[in-house]
Write a protein that binds this ligand. Sequence first.
Ligand SMILES: Cc1ncc(COP(=O)(O)O)c(C=O)c1O
Length: 387
Amino acid sequence: MRHWRPGIVQDVPPPGLIDLGPGYPGPDLLPVGLLGDAYHRALEEYGPAALAYGHNTGAMPLREALAERAAATDRYPCGPDHVLLTAGTSQALHLISCLLGRPGDVVITDQYSYDLGRRIFTDCGLRVHAVAMDDLGMDPVALREALRDEHAAGRRVAFAYVNPTFHNPTGIVVPLARRTELLEVTREYDLMVIEDDAYAELALEGGGPVIPSMAALADYRGVLRLGTFAKTLAPGLRLGWLLGAPALVASLGEHGMLVSGGSLNHTTSLAVATVLRGGEYDRHLVWLRAELRKRRDALAGPLRAFSGERIGCRVPGGGFFLWLEPCGATEVREEAHAAAAEAAGVRLAHGARFGTGDRPRLRLAYSFNPPAVLTEAAHRLVEAWTV
Ligand SMILES: Cc1ncc(COP(=O)(O)O)c(C=O)c1O
């Protein structure tokens, strides 16, 4: 923790405050030794080729390993031509916005969605149309209406952005039937779907969701699926991937950014490939899921005991977030809950950061702090909200 300070890392919680804002792994979950060895192995094995400009769509060893994993989880015949390596999901969203969108186009999102994803879209000149969701995810009827309205108004819709597995911020896993319904609507309108699967490998119960990805359900036609190592290994790697139909993947790989500099994260890609190939990644995931389960339960336990009529607490089966709904008091706004929490030394994220709803909502991340700190945070919140 010596160097966990401003000027080195993006965000440092103020002393004394328990910060439940950051949606990323805490310092004690970051595998320093494992990745140190991985870089060493990659440099030994690939020599100068590990330090050259990389192949435009990404280094073959990692693309092969990722295609194999996607083929196994989705039972879909993915090959390396389905894979483009990215500098994480944020960069993939930027690339997609540049290539599939034109300034003024519309992007469909869930009613609540990853706020910084929306920021990337609007920074690229796209306009966000948020579509109502229920406990199963985006409402297909509302999606159809939104598309009809946008077309009637003569606006072009560039793509729909969804995050159907352990959704940020709600934790929802969209069930199979709903995925199929949504795909029927997007097919009807010939609309590209961007499936952000940042948390798909972080199921905390049993073997995780056995629900196929929307990409696999659509035979990878009209869906691009995004993955990232930011949540499962380390955000600082800035390494992710996208999966899609080979022709579309090849055309994304033709973007000037990739032709000019090659794959965005070549040395790191080769290092991470050794971690996947050697089985260390899967072993790390088993450990990480167990640690996250402890964290989720340490935070959710006291809050659930308290919840009842005061707070609705959705305990997710995976991912990083608890999504709270202060009940019975629409007049008590989320700012009031957040202010009371902060006065008690706990910072959390307002629902309004992620979208607009009819009732107050709060997002609490359990990924950053160790279990004892999370339990302390939960007790402070109970006390702050009991008055
Ligand atoms: C849904 C979702 N997508 C993407 C990201 C960012 O991914 P990356 O760090 O790979 O850019 C996040 C991080 O919070 C996220 O929650």
